[in-house]
Design a protein around this ligand. Structure first.
Ligand SMILES: Nc1ccn([C@@H]2O[C@H](COP(=O)(O)OP(=O)(O)OP(=O)(O)O)[C@@H](O)[C@H]2O)c(=O)n1
Ligand SMILES: C/C(=C\CO)CCC[C@H](C)CCC[C@H](C)CCCC(C)C
Length: 305
């Protein structure tokens, strides 16, 4: 006897037709058309219900225990990675192997993208996204503590601030980790919206800064602080990094995408994010808020089936 459980994501019911968690030996056939589904349930979670309640209860507790250990280990590993990343770029900056601005941008690019790439190591448990969100949450607390100068971590300050002022931690970097939490909790591995938003904020906006500072002599007419090179870089790298992340998740079985359809929509979303990033309101709303939020809205409506 097998039992198929299916549910629709409470927020993204449009995106997630249904995710059937098959507890049988073969997952149910996916629905037709554009859809995405959770990857096939790992064999460790596929078990046939016997007819005695005690075994069913034991099987669930074994699966839940395995998932708990997996998610705890994954959170610890990703958190260690976060500290290692900041330490690495602090060391490179201290040794003057890279400039502080470049260090900040590389941390900006790599942190969110590596965080998004780490999501598949978490379990299929419904608690997995919360375990993953612990990592940006810990970094959020870290940024607040050091941003308020309640403690001193010169490595953190030097690798993620422009001029080494601790108060800067309470701006762009704090908004950045809050967006990571939002994407993990609301979209997770069930919708392309979250990973595309991180690709645009981290990859697109990060590369725009690097390319714009270096080659951006021709400024945008309506915003003299931004350049055509920077904005074109934002569009191109935002597009390709988004496609790369979507390909990664489709290879792992999380998304089943019609690539022609998807490329068109990612290009549209990248254009929206690029236009928003170029607008002269960064003094009012930080790029780390406006770019991901604009991307979420554009991707949500573009990827509706
Ligand atoms: N479309 C863009 C984006 C950025 N830039 C260059 O990159 C710099 C910083 O870009 P910005 O988006 O303002 O990045 P911030 O995150 O605000 O800067 P920082 O990382 O220093 O906080 C700009 O002054 C500009 O020289 C550009 O030329 N064109
Ligand atoms: C400089 C930044 C933003 C300004 O535009 C980025 C700040 C990054 C945080 C200090 C560290 C965030 C770490 C991530 C939550 C997790 C990364 C895990 C990965 C495996 C390295």
């Amino acid at each position: 006897m097998t039992l198929s459980l299916s549910f629709t994501h409470p927020i993204l019911s449009r995106h997630v037709h249904s995710t059937a968690l098959s507890l049988s030996s073969s997952p149910p056939p996916p629905p037709p058309g554009f859809f995405f589904f959770s990857p096939p349930t790992p064999t460790s979670l596929r078990f046939h219900f016997l007819y005695r309640v005690p075994q069913r209860a034991a099987a669930f507790s074994a699966a839940q225990t395995a998932a708990l250990f997996q998610d705890t280990a994954a959170s610890a590993a990703v958190l260690a990675g976060a500290y290692a990343l900041v330490f690495t770029f602090d060391t490179l900056t201290q040794k003057e192997l890279i400039q502080q601005n470049l260090s900040r941008k590389l941390v900006h690019i790599l942190s969110g993208l590596l965080f998004a790439f780490s999501w598949p190591i978490f379990s299929n448990s419904i608690l997995a996204r919360y375990f993953a969100s612990v990592v940006p949450l810990v970094n959020c607390v870290r940024l607040v503590i050091h941003g308020l100068s309640l403690a001193d971590d010169q490595g953190l300050i030097k690798s993620v601030t422009r001029e080494g002022n601790p108060k800067e931690l309470l701006g762009g970097p704090l908004y950045y980790v809050l967006i990571l939490i939002l994407c993990a909790l609301v979209f997770w591995r069930e919708s392309p919206v979250g990973v595309i938003s991180l690709a645009m904020m981290c990859g697109g906006d990060g590369v725009a800064d690097i390319m714009g500072r270096r080659f951006g002599s021709s400024k945008i007419p309506y915003n003299r602080n931004k350049s055509w090179v920077g904005s074109i870089s934002m569009f191109v790298f935002g597009f390709f990094i988004s496609v790369g992340v979507l390909y990664y998740y489709s290879v792992l079985g999380y998304f089943q995408l019609d690539w022609g359809w998807t490329m068109c929509r990612v290009a549209l979303v990248s254009l929206v994010a690029t236009v928003v990033e170029s607008l002269p309101f960064t003094t009012v709303v930080d790029d780390n808020i406006s770019v991901p939020l604009a991307t979420m809205i554009a991707a949500y409506f573009s990827f509706r089936p």
